[in-house]
Write a protein that binds this ligand. Structure first.
Ligand code: NAD
Length: 503
């Protein structure tokens, strides 16, 4: 058992964690079970929801050694065994989906429907998608006298953030295991509890299919200590990181010392281009729906989505009407308790994030943008009894120009910037005027024109109209949004080496 913490959570789940999952066993940190730990707090201000141990470089070495020990057997495992493990994990997540949703909601504030669908079920779908991919893919090709084969890269360190903690871990872990790699997962200290449930699911799944327990190892602790030790560890072959661009740079620098493979999924400041009819240049088909879709995207998960299109680019002719529609729509959205079902917004996940979002809003006002909805939440908009939470109202800025801080920096809160443009050329220029290139969106009645614009946006994922997210298609960043791709076959290849055998 860990340290005594005064819990205010309603959970019957084990949220006081004192052990890592290493080599198929629950193991106390090298310094013993009473060592340093991190308290996980509830963003609604209810208090502590659990605790996890703080690992050390020594703990990291132990976890890496366990992953290394399991690697030969897992790399040699046949496709049927790999598929069986991935399927068992997907099934295990679904069987415990209520537990996952409860824990994720408590630790990072996602409202119940979001926590269940976008966080938990999506993660299960990713595991299942890799079981399907393994069934239908051949990994070898003949090029002249050469046979080109693919082999797993080895031990993978997966370092993940708090915003979609389970899903983003699944994108790495499922792809790496499908490729035949073994994994050490280090989740964010702000939302690590769901990863312990995942480790429990893995424990059962490994036993059920006869996979070595060391294929999946879990260690917690700070980025500066545990994350850095993983990224620089000589026996880690690849590090896959999702998080901020600043931390991604550190990970890449640490990994460079041993020239290990690096995958980076970083920040974004994506643009949505809403286009007027090409002939009259004055009307936007379904403008009110375009605005509703834009705000739903920007406010989902309280704006804490790396691919959110938080710059909405509008043609001059409809700009004023669009601003009024956006202000009204933002005003209709409600804040609410994450434990409740519904489409309300939860709090911002951490105190640090809350301060940063509020300071960006202040900066927007100071630099001359027009605040037409939102800002920090007044008492009467905060759910009853949760005054101490990190509440930010759905916020809309109009008259945002490209030089403003709020147009350039990722805010990672429910804040949307409405920008105006004169013509298609200018819209594309503004969309691409960013150090980031993670995502984009185009709203246009003409599919050919929409595709033309989508092709000109320098980003890894562009959504046309209300296009659906596809777990089989790759996502990832151009420019400072990252290196490499996740999901689908493309995501799997990130964890493989290519070998030519020639005669
Ligand atoms: P963060 O960068 O602070 O932390 C992410 C993870 O990295 C955590 O596990 C953290 O402990 C670890 N870490 C921090 N510093 C480290 C270091 N020097 N070495 C090794 N590990 C380190 O990010 P966050 O605040 O948890 O998440 C928010 C950020 O994540 C946003 O910028 C968002 O855009 C980005 N994000 C990107 C994607 C994507 O797919 N591109 C998806 C989700 C979130």
């Amino acid at each position: 058992m860990g340290h005594p913490v005064t819990h205010t959570t309603r959970s019957r789940l084990d949220t006081e964690r004192a052990h890592f999952r290493i080599g198929g066993a629950w193991q106390a940190p090298c310094g013993g079970p009473g060592g340093p730990y991190t308290v996980v707090t509830d963003p609604t201000g209810r208090g502590a929801v659990g605790q996890v141990p703080d690992g050390t470089p020594e703990d990291v070495s132990r976890a890496v050694a366990a992953a290394r020990a399991a690697f030969p057997a897992w790399a040699a495992a046949d496709v049927a065994t790999r598929r069986a493990l991935l399927t068992a994990v997907a099934t295990g997540i679904r069987e415990r989906e209520a537990d996952f949703a409860e824990v994720i909601g408590a630790e990072m504030g996602a409202p119940l429907d979001n926590a269940l669908h976008a966080q938990t079920r999506l993660a299960a779908e990713v595991f299942r998608s890799y079981a399907d991919i393994l069934a239908g893919h051949t990994w070898e090709e003949r090029i002249g006298s050469s046979q080109v084969v693919r082999e797993p890269v080895g031990v993978v360190a997966a370092i993940t953030p708090w915003n979609y903690p389970l899903y983003l871990a699944a994108a790495k872990v499922a792809a790496a295991l499908a490729a035949g790699c073994t994994v050490v997962l280090k989740p964010s200290c702000d939302a690590p509890l769901n990863a312990f449930l995942l480790a429990e699911v893995f424990a059962d799944a490994c036993l059920a299919v006869g996979a070595p327990g060391g294929v999946f190892n879990l260690i917690t602790g700070s980025g500066a200590v545990v994350g850095d030790a993983l990224a620089s560890h000589p026996d880690v072959d690849a590090v896959s990181f999702t998080g901020s661009t600043a931390a991604g740079r550190s990970v890449a620098a640490a990994a460079a010392k041993t020239v290990k493979r690096v995958g980076l999924e970083l920040g974004g400041k994506s643009a949505r281009v809403i286009l007027a009819d090409e002939r009259d240049g004055r009307t936007v088909k379904d403008l009110d729906r375009a605005i509703r879709v834009a705000l739903a995207d920007a406010f989902f998960n309280s704006g804490q989505t790396c691919t959110a299109c938080t710059r909405v680019l509008l043609p001059d002719a409809v700009y004023d009407e669009a601003v009024a529609l956006a202000a009204a729509e933002a005003g209709r959205r409600r804040l609410g308790d994450p434990a409740a079902a519904g489409d309300h917004l939860g709090p911002v996940a951490t105190a640090r994030q809350y301060a940063s979002v509020l300071s960006h809003i202040e900066r927007g006002v100071a630099e001359g943008a027009r605040l037409v909805a939102g800002g920090s939440a007044p008492r009467d908009r905060i759910p009853d009894g949760l005054d101490a939470g990190h509440w930010v109202l759905p916020t809309v800025f109009a008259d945002v120009t490209g030089d403003m801080t709020i147009a350039r920096e990722e805010i990672f809160g429910p804040v949307v910037c409405l920008m105006r443009y004169r013509d298609e050329q200018e819209a594309v220029r503004i969309a691409n005027d960013s150090i980031y290139g993670l995502a984009g969106a185009v709203w246009c009645a003409d599919p050919l024109r929409a595709e033309r614009i989508a092709r000109r946006i320098r980003a890894g994922l562009v959504t046309v109209n209300n296009g659906e997210f596809n777990v089989l298609a790759p996502t990832g960043g151009y420019k400072q949004s990252g290196i490499g791709r996740e999901l689908g076959v493309h995501g799997l290849l990130e964890y493989m080496e290519t070998k030519t055998i020639q005669w």
